[in-house]
Design a protein around this ligand. Sequence first.
Ligand SMILES: NC(=O)c1ccc[n+]([C@@H]2O[C@H](COP(=O)([O-])OP(=O)(O)OC[C@H]3O[C@@H](n4cnc5c(N)ncnc54)[C@H](O)[C@@H]3O)[C@@H](O)[C@H]2O)c1
Length: 381
Amino acid sequence: MLVRVALAQNPYNVHVGAGILAQVGEITRRALRHQASKAFLATDSGVPAAAVETVAASLADCGLPVTRSAITPSEAVKTLETFHGLLQAMARSKHERCDPVVALGGGIVGDIAGFAAAAYQRGVPVVQCPTTLLAMVDASVGGKTAVNLDLGTDGLHKNMVGAFWQPAAVVADVQVLASLPPRHLRAGLAECLKHALICRDLEDPDLLEWIGAHIDQALALHGATLEELVARNVSAKARIVRGDERERAPEGGRSLLNLGHTFAHAIETLPGLFVGGTPGPLLHGEAVGLGLIAASTCSSAMGLAPPGFPGDVAALIRRVNLPATVQGLPPTPDVLARMAHDKKARAGALRLVLPTGDGKARIISNPPVEAITAGLDAIRA
Ligand SMILES: NC(=O)c1ccc[n+]([C@@H]2O[C@H](COP(=O)([O-])OP(=O)(O)OC[C@H]3O[C@@H](n4cnc5c(N)ncnc54)[C@H](O)[C@@H]3O)[C@@H](O)[C@H]2O)c1
């Protein structure tokens, strides 16, 4: 399947299929505008070696011998230091402006390698090869790249430093999901639910119902289901990004994709959290799932969504077997302070994306503290 991300300046294709990592060389060659003589392959140490070899061989067969650099991903290594290390490795490999970076891994590797591609010599092409469901349906598409900023005692601030840098192509091979730990597969489904909650106007009004009906097949790694899941979610994201590539629209636009994320970013790097007795940290997708419940509860508390809506969202999250509550959440004022630091804040105002229960969402500046508190209380175990 091919999904076109039809941006005015930098359009590209997202290839979705089974066994297509063997075509990365060919796809990269076709996507490049200039002659390249080599590639820099940033890999994720969690990806099976066979997949890495397939990609390296495919690139070499197309005249792009690779220099490799492996990252063991975690939010703690998604830093300027790791970014710096990649740039140094690229420079040592004599990477030139026409040569592509190929990012093979989850969202963390994609974000760091994408940012390195954006910065190296003021920008070299990047081909994203996402290997987690979350990276396939979300992180690899749309051109946001970033690392976290460590503010010492003030904590790790998610994706605080980065760039918009659209990939030249994306290759999502659903076969590689076979080795993904089930917990990460579920985390990816949280971003799918996020898309489904806001896509009524995006030519795919039935996405929520379709996901609801196919959760079990997706979790059982049914190939055709995964391909459709990825392609429909990429299409939804592509339509939003096309209308607002740089997230500048005052209302709606790309900001809608932050549904659940202001809550999620505030809690996902917090120490001391427990889910069902298991110590944190939470996965990004797990935090997003909790964020969807908090946002829908906040929305309902403000009368923007029907009273039964938060319960429906929580039920979907539970069906995916994602956590619907978390233990050890700090007192509300502390979480609020972290939310206020969110990079989506404008002119000091906290802006929350609140789903209205009809497949749409609204962006609300400075919602009442009581409504946010209701949202946080809904996910507090
Ligand atoms: N740029 C964007 O638009 C965007 C959007 C959403 C999320 N993100 C970012 O993405 C990150 C989360 O990404 P993620 O959920 O992919 O997590 P991740 O990158 O940490 O990967 C999850 C785990 O799976 C392992 N892994 C990856 N592929 C595998 C495979 N095929 N088989 C076995 N193990 C595999 C990794 O080594 C890692 O341990 C966050 O940092 C988030 O901020 C970015």
